[in-house]
Structure formats: C-alpha cells, structure tokens
Design a protein around this ligand. Structure first.
Ligand code: PAF
Length: 200
C-alpha cells in the first residue's frame, strides 16, 4: 500500500494497532539499495507491519545543490519494496511534512553530537534530521525503528532525539553493507566519479 497523505496512513495504522500488530519503521530518502533493504528485512522479520518512508528532506541539506542533485528513483524503489515484502510506503509531499512555513523552528539540545564530525562540516544538518524524524515518529508512531550503522553519528543523534522527546520506540541499528570494493553502500555513491569513489 502506498500512502501520500498522512491522514490516510494514520487511519490504516490505527487499524493495524487495533489488530495488535507491531509496527516497524524504516525512514529513508529513497534511491534504495541493498543496505536499505536489509533494514526492511530486519523489520519484516520482527513486525507484522513494516512502514518505509521516502522523503527527501529539504531541511537537512546545508547545500541546496546537494538537495537538487539528490538521486530520485521512485519507480525502482517501489518495485524493490514490493519484492522485499514491505507492507506500506509513505511517500509524502513537502507540505504534508512541513504544513506551515510559519511554524517555529524547533531546537534540539544535542550537545557535542552536533558540533563534531559531520555536525561541524554540515551546519544545521542534524537539526534538519531531528525535525523530520520527530515529525515522522509522531505520524507513524512505530514500536520499532530501524537505522543503518553506516550513519553512525545520525544513529546517536536520533537516539538522543528519542530521549529528548520521550517517545516509546525501540531503536535497532543494523550493520553496514558494503560494495565489493569495500565502499559502504549509500544512495550518494551513484554521484561519485571513479577517483572520488576510490577516495571514499
Ligand atoms: O538517513 C537518511 O536517509 C535520512 O537522514 C533520514 C533518517 C531518512 C531522515 O531524513
């Protein structure tokens, strides 16, 4: 099932919860690869209902060009999700996630997590990740959340977010999957040239 409107998704998930189904959630920005599918697999093994979201979140891109060039392969993604046995795809438009531009920007006190490593190179990135994950968790209200260890700092940030907003969700961090040459699988790899790929 594919939902674009959060009210439709919430109605469906309400029925699932009423049946006693555990809900597993895999948030993504699409351009799916085997790394994502391993999260879906883990979720389908542990939950009666697995929800995957595909939303290229504008608030987490510190560089607008990076946002514009982010790979979008939606038809292929839908096909992969069906084959992986994912039950629900949530595919919202920006207005569904951020309905009002006048909403105050939320501040999340992430402590040192925001200032080191990727936090120091991509100003505001983790605030954008927190905004969207907070919103998605409010909408989906999953029992279990699946994240990839590839984004280790993001996993730590999201765990901190969950502590700050105090929602009852278990986080499972799934192992990194790698290409034959050792590079961690990532949607962005398709934007690397040969030389950049070697460096990566
Ligand atoms: O890792 C990602 O793809 C994104 O940062 C996430 C967690 C889906 C939030 O937009």
């Amino acid at each position: 099932r594919l939902f674009k409107k959060l009210t439709d998704l919430q109605r469906f998930l309400g029925n699932e919860r009423a049946k006693g189904s555990q809900i597993g959630f895999v948030p993504t920005m699409g351009a799916l690869h085997p790394g994502h599918l391993s999260l879906i697999q883990q979720s389908t093994e542990q939950n009666a209902c697995t929800v995957c979201s595909i939303f290229v979140n504008p608030t987490q891109f510190n560089d607008p060009k990076d946002f514009e060039k982010y790979p979008v392969t939606i038809e292929k993604d839908i096909d992969l999700l069906e084959k992986a046995g994912c039950h629900v795809l949530f595919l919202p438009a920006v207005e569904e996630i951020y309905p009002s531009v006048t909403q105050p920007v939320k501040h999340y006190d992430l402590g040192f997590l925001e200032t080191v490593l990727e936090g120091s190179y991509r100003k505001g990135h983790f605030r954008g990740v927190c905004m969207v994950v907070h919103r998605l968790l409010d909408i989906v209200q999953p029992h279990n959340l699946y994240l990839g260890q590839k984004d280790y700092q993001q996993c730590m940030v999201i765990k901190k977010l969950i502590e700050l907003i105090n929602v009852p969700v278990n986080v499972t961090i799934c192992p990194t999957l790698r290409e034959a040459d050792g590079l961690a699988m990532s949607s962005r790899n398709m934007r690397l040239n040969e030389d950049e790929r070697k460096k990566a």
